[in-house]
Design a protein around this ligand. Structure first.
Ligand code: FAD
Length: 337
């Protein structure tokens, strides 16, 4: 438990929270990052570390995990306190001090920045014990590393972006890939659907998973046509099911901020409707909002720099230009050394 007072506590260490931690450090704020996941990087680390991202400014293309490595390096130069595997649940105020209650303790802070994305999220499972019991024994609901599937025969299930992106991304790693989808319409990007049908992947539409068989490890998947009920047995080493995500804003919803659908309403300073609580990234709602990494970065800078004036009303929201400030700091360092 950490009971000393921080300037800013950031709830959620996805791309937005990490960039906010950098900016808070750059502004000289004592910063803490809390995340319920075991690793830094939010959705990017949990759901697509091995996928290329093409729309982050300054990177024509970058692997998710490389973007996270860079964000972590940038954020950690100011040594924020980091608490992983800790779920923030409650918020209260004791005069000027804000208190966050987690499953592990209490955190005291002057300002809270909520960068909790889509909330604490987990991939959907089948909710059928006879299938879900294969988790960790060849059944996966997310991909951590493509290397885990090298040389393996895979059954991929789903018709959304994750299913198609991973099926295509694993070509060249897996020895054989079959993708089944219960309809012939795909939610995935049109371009991915085109690529899927011109790839070596065997695609079966109107097919679903009936059962998985094995000897402690997945060995066979029984699939069936939902038109004819005819069954087929596929010898496989792994089943990758992309059934969507369950995200849960959870207790944050009860803190009293204005909420729109499952997002927190903010103004142009990224202030929520409760003083001292700011929000940025996927979790926010305002007219014209786009849920993208690029917009989260801008919102993180806006939130932290405006929070600076909440903590110290004499401070300027504008941080100055990092290029000049770092140059001055380096010169000052050279003079004193
Ligand atoms: C398959 C896929 C592909 C994508 N491709 C792109 C792309 O190409 N370009 C792009 O711009 N965007 C893409 N996105 C969207 C992008 O990942 C999100 O916009 C981005 O991750 C949002 O960052 P964030 O930091 O706001 O939230 P998140 O990444 O969701 O991070 C939020 C963090 O908050 C934590 N958290 C939540 N609630 C709590 C709590 N109560 N206590 C503690 N921790 C909590 C979560 O564990 C999580 O780690 C993609 C998304 C997916 C799923």
């Amino acid at each position: 438990m950490a009971d000393d007072l921080f300037d800013v506590t950031i709830v959620g260490a996805g791309p937005t929270g990490l960039f906010a931690a950098y900016y808070a450090g750059f502004r000289g704020l004592r910063t803490k990052l809390i995340d319920s996941q075991p690793d830094l990087g939010g959705q990017v680390t949990a759901l697509y570390p091995d996928k290329f991202i093409y729309d982050v400014a300054g990177f024509p293309k970058i692997l998710g995990k490389d973007l996270v490595t860079n964000l972590v390096e940038q954020a950690m130069q100011y040594k924020p306190a980091v608490h992983l595997n800790e779920n923030v649940q409650t918020f209260s105020r004791a005069e000027d001090v804000l208190e966050l209650g987690t499953d592990l303790g209490t955190h005291r802070t002057k300002v809270v920045l909520i960068t909790a994305g889509i909330g604490a999220f987990t991939p959907k499972t089948f909710k059928r014990p006879e299938l879900d019991k294969w988790m960790g024994r060849g059944l996966h609901f997310a991909v951590r590393s493509k290397e885990d599937f090298r040389g393996k025969r895979l059954l991929v299930i789903g018709g959304g972006d994750s299913a198609l992106d991973w099926a295509l991304g694993l070509v060249g790693y897996a020895s054989e890939i079959t993708l089944i989808h219960r309809r012939d319409q795909f939610r995935a990007h049109e371009d991915s659907v085109k690529k899927l049908f011109s790839s070596p992947i065997t695609v079966k539409v109107f097919y679903e998973l009936r059962t998985i068989r094995g000897d402690g490890q997945v060995r066979e998947a029984v699939i069936f046509s939902n038109k004819t009920q005819a069954e087929e047995v596929l010898p496989v080493d792994a089943v990758l099911a992309f059934l969507g995500l369950v995200s849960n804003l959870g207790p944050i919803r009860e803190w009293g901020m204005e909420i729109d659908d499952d997002s927190i309403v903010v103004n142009t300073k990224m202030e929520t409707t409760i003083a001292g609580l700011y929000a940025a990234g996927d979790i926010t709602a305002y007219p014209g909002k786009l849920k993208l990494i690029a917009t989260g970065f801008g919102e993180a800078a806006t939130a932290v720099n405006n929070a600076m004036t909440y903590i110290n009303p004499k401070a300027s929201a504008f941080p100055g230009h990092s290029s000049s400030i770092m140059e001055q700091k380096e010169k000052a360092g050279a003079k004193t050394s």
